[in-house]
Design a protein around this ligand. Structure first.
Ligand code: NAP
Length: 266
């Protein structure tokens, strides 16, 4: 992708919590240009009225606005079923995708890998640099500990559980070590008290609480010691440097990439 010209960016889910923050970040970055905002719930409104973002743009109902306005990269922060459809549209249209929507499984990723032949996709369950490092540290620590549990905490409107960040952390820790102590629990007085049974038996607990944004703690234990690795996104702007980095690099990152690690040199 030419770096001398501003990258033309469309945002899908533009009226949402993350989408509106992305619109503001794109509009404020001199290297990129916000050319389309898509969100059926806000159809007919201008972006200023819909989100407060200072950009002279109408919100469109359909994805066709992306092709009509020549978007080179589309950023998707919607929800699982919409995200699935949106990604297939982008692959078909040859538009690069930067995807923050969470909940995709291995089958989805396989389909995306087959579909993205004319453009690239970068899918990251967490665009915050601290969260990327948290996952890396947890993966590094895993072989040195006997037990591990993940507690993820999010705002009270989150519709999927566990979070995409927790799922990716679990998968990476399980790939780094399959040698975990068995769960000693014999009786559970309240169903689910021990959380969800993740890969290699690593437990995950999802907290939903008004006032939170996105938080995760990875707890590891071995004889006589514990290690806690915690990350807190206290504001949605925490995700924006990672989103903008992905927007600028996705054109030079062939195929479908999961996670920001390679872009950060990790
Ligand atoms: P949100 O506030 O509900 O925003 C989602 C927006 O997408 C809503 O305005 C929704 O409209 C719209 N939408 C739904 N279907 C659509 C479609 N087909 N086309 C266009 N727009 C559509 O949710 P959020 O808190 O912003 O989170 C969005 C996603 O990002 C979730 O999957 C969340 O887990 C994820 N997330 C990722 C990161 C990361 O760093 N990767 C960080 C935070 C959140 P309606 O309200 O009418 O449905």
């Amino acid at each position: 992708m030419a770096t001398t010209e501003r990258i033309r960016v469309g945002v899908i889910g533009a009226g949402g919590r993350m989408g509106s923050t992305v619109c503001a970040a794109v509009a404020a970055d001199p290297d990129v240009e916000l050319v389309a905002a898509v969100d059926p719930s806000y159809q007919g409104l201008d972006l200023r009225t819909a989100t407060g973002v200072d950009a002279d743009l109408d919100v469109s109902a359909g994805l066709d606005a992306l092709t009509e306005r020549g978007a080179q990269v589309a950023v998707d922060f919607t929800e699982l079923s919409a995200g699935r459809q949106n990604l297939m549209y982008l692959a078909d249209a040859g538009i690069h995708a930067v995807v923050g929507t969470t909940g995709f499984d291995d089958g989805d990723l396989e389909e995306f890998r087959a579909a993205f032949t004319r453009s690239n996709a970068l899918i990251a369950p967490n665009f915050a640099i601290g969260a990327v490092l948290m996952m890396r540290f947890a993966e590094m620590a895993a072989p040195y500990f006997d037990s591990a549990e993940i507690i993820e905490l999010h705002h009270d409107n989150k519709v999927d559980a566990p979070s995409g960040t927790a799922m990716l952390t679990l998968e990476r820790m399980a790939a780094a070590s399959g040698d975990w102590s068995p769960d000693p629990t014999r009786t559970e007085l309240v169903s689910g008290a021990r959380g969800g049974d993740g890969p290699e038996g690593i437990r995950v607990h999802s907290v939903r609480l008004r006032g939170l944004v996105a938080h995760q703690e990875v707890l590891l234990g071995t004889t006589g010691q514990t290690l806690s690795i915690r990350h807190d996104s206290i504001d949605r702007t925490s995700f924006m440097p990672g989103v903008l980095l992905a927007v600028k690099q996705v054109g030079d990152t062939p195929g479908v990439t999961v996670g920001l690690d390679s872009l950060l040199g990790l």
